[in-house]
Design a protein around this ligand. Structure first.
Ligand code: ACM
Length: 529
């Protein structure tokens, strides 16, 4: 009995060691562990071709800074070292997959693109423990092509340094979309050369509400900031090196107060408004979409945005439009008659389709929150305002944040690509009581009950850091970390390979990393309800 107990104990320990050695987040999809390890105490030679030189440079830097190697030798004749191999494109056009083979003598990363090599390197970075890398064979590819983190820099501005650190953390987690929420009622954060007041006026406010939606407390301090076009280029270049696409969000036709405060003629009433200091209640100020000058303005803004951002997709927000101003405006009533638009929701679709067609004509593609479909998802909207007879342009990407299975099914049936950021599961501004880490981890972007024929319409997920109540970097970090790691694994790891206990164990290394980098993470991520 005694011996058997010991044996089982030893086996359990061995299994634990074998699995705990592969402490990678997001967890690879195919993995075989082997005996032994590759020792990286000595500087390894890196073998690469000209086409993978950028990946080799990145790997060298990672080894210097993380494995503390003094130099990486280039010794082409040696039989040992790290091999980076670019393979011919595969039939499926897979660009994110990679293979990583670690043996005692060498490390071999192969992929059909530098993105794949980059992800192989991210896995490798996490496998290095005190100069040893366990021998493994990994064949890995993401479950979803869209794995996003959204930062709202409108409600509270964040420095370039902070944004870059977020991009570094996303890269290690193999997240590939940085969704940059650049404009909203409380702040316009992107320099637009043709309209300088957007940042002279719209990037600054006198004060900021604190303490929650209904509170009457304020920070007592002015707040503001914006990114110059040079700053934006710098961030995009930084992200591109990390194989992250930056998707700008320029919110329209609602959430437009900062623009209207800058140029009152953009608004329906044409009256001057100040920069809001409160966050609560959806802003009432919407663009006057019946005014040709307003459409010209938005085209000009989008032109400058497209010149900066190489991403195919441009996010135009489109959420939470208060129709009151439109309902009371002669200009909009006239437009409705002329264009045969029955309801304010029809007006929104008419406007959104004009923007979508404009972006299409420039070789881009529009994305918007799911209000762009014109469906009623808000309790505060009048039902009769929401009857729609028109439909959204076919090429649009629908970003779900509110709604149900019926709406997702409708969008999928109509052929739209969908990113699922349903708020109850993915909003990082929500407290850990409503979204504990385990709930983030359990999230499935494919809604339960969605017909399998629609599954390929779900391109992935975003997790969103709305920043009304996170005025400091520390607060943003506490809301983001560690949940971002869970969303990364949701986006990457196949359902059958997910395991919350393993994930929680593997998180320990990340915590150590975050502590070293002075990144604040919540320690109370699994609170009792
Ligand atoms: C949103 O949360 N208004 C998209």
């Amino acid at each position: 009995m005694m011996q058997k107990g010991l044996l089982i104990g030893a086996l359990l320990l061995l299994t634990h060691l074998a699995t705990s050695a592969i402490n990678v987040i997001p967890y690879p999809n195919k993995l075989i562990t082997k005996e032994g390890s590759y020792s990286i105490h000595e500087s390894p030679t890196i073998f690469y071709s000209a086409k993978s030189a950028t990946s080799a440079d990145y790997l060298k830097q990672a080894l210097f800074s993380e494995a503390k190697l003094k130099s990486v030798k280039k010794m082409p004749k040696r039989k040992s070292g790290i091999f980076l191999e670019l393979l011919a494109p595969d039939a499926e056009g897979n660009t994110e997959s990679y293979q990583l083979n670690v043996s005692k003598a060498f490390i071999h990363i192969s992929a059909t693109s530098n993105t794949g090599l980059f992800y192989g390197i991210q896995t490798l970075r996490q496998l290095i423990k005190e100069g040893e890398i366990p021998c493994v064979e990994i064949e890995d590819a993401p479950r979803f092509p869209w794995r996003a983190y959204m930062l709202d820099v409108s409600r509270h501005f964040r420095t370039k340094k902070f944004v870059k650190q977020m991009l570094d953390e996303m890269a290690l987690l193999k997240m590939n979309v940085f969704h940059w929420h650049l404009t909203d009622d409380q702040g316009w954060r992107i320099e637009i050369k043709k309209y300088p007041k957007l940042t002279e006026v719209g990037a600054w406010r006198a004060d900021s509400q604190t303490g929650g939606w209904n509170s009457d407390t304020y920070s007592g301090e002015p707040h503001g900031g914006f990114y110059t076009q040079a700053d934006i280029k710098e961030i995009i270049a930084y992200a591109t090196k990390r194989h992250i696409t930056v998707i700008p969000e320029i919110d329209m036709p609602g959430h437009a107060r900062s623009a209207i405060a800058s140029y009152p003629w953009l608004g329906v009433t044409k009256e001057a408004v100040d920069m809001p200091v409160r966050f609560g209640k959806v802003g009432q100020d919407v663009y006057d979409v019946a005014d040709p000058r307003v459409f010209e303005f938005l085209q000009d803004v989008l032109d400058e945005v497209m010149a900066l951002f190489p991403s195919e997709i441009i996010h135009i927000g489109g959420d939470e439009i208060d129709y009151e101003q439109w309902k009371n405006a002669a200009s909009i009533q006239k437009l409705m008659k002329e264009e045969d638009l029955a309801t304010p929701a029809d007006v929104q679709i008419y406007f959104t389709n004009k923007i979508s067609n404009y972006l299409d004509s420039k070789g881009r593609r529009m994305m918007g929150w799911n209000e762009i479909m014109g469906k009623n998802i808000h309790e505060w909207q009048d039902k009769e305002d929401m009857e729609v007879s028109s439909s959204l342009a076919a090429n649009a990407v629908v970003h779900f944040w509110k709604g149900d299975l019926k709406l997702v099914t409708e969008a999928a049936t109509q052929g739209y690509s969908i990113v699922n950021s349903i708020h109850t599961e993915t909003y990082l501004d929500y407290g850990y009581k409503s979204i504990p880490l385990s709930r983030s981890y359990a999230y499935n972007p494919i809604p339960e009950g969605l017909d399998t024929k629609h599954h390929d319409k779900i391109k992935g997920l975003g997790c969103q850091n709305w920043s009304e109540w996170t005025p400091t970097e520390e607060r943003v970090e506490e809301q983001t970390f560690p949940r971002i790691a869970a969303y990364a694994e949701v986006g990457w790891t196949d359902l059958k390979n997910k395991n919350f206990e393993r994930f929680s164990r593997n998180l320990e290394d990340y915590k150590t990393r975050w502590e070293k980098l002075s990144i604040h993470y919540s320690r109370n991520y699994e609170p009792k309800k």
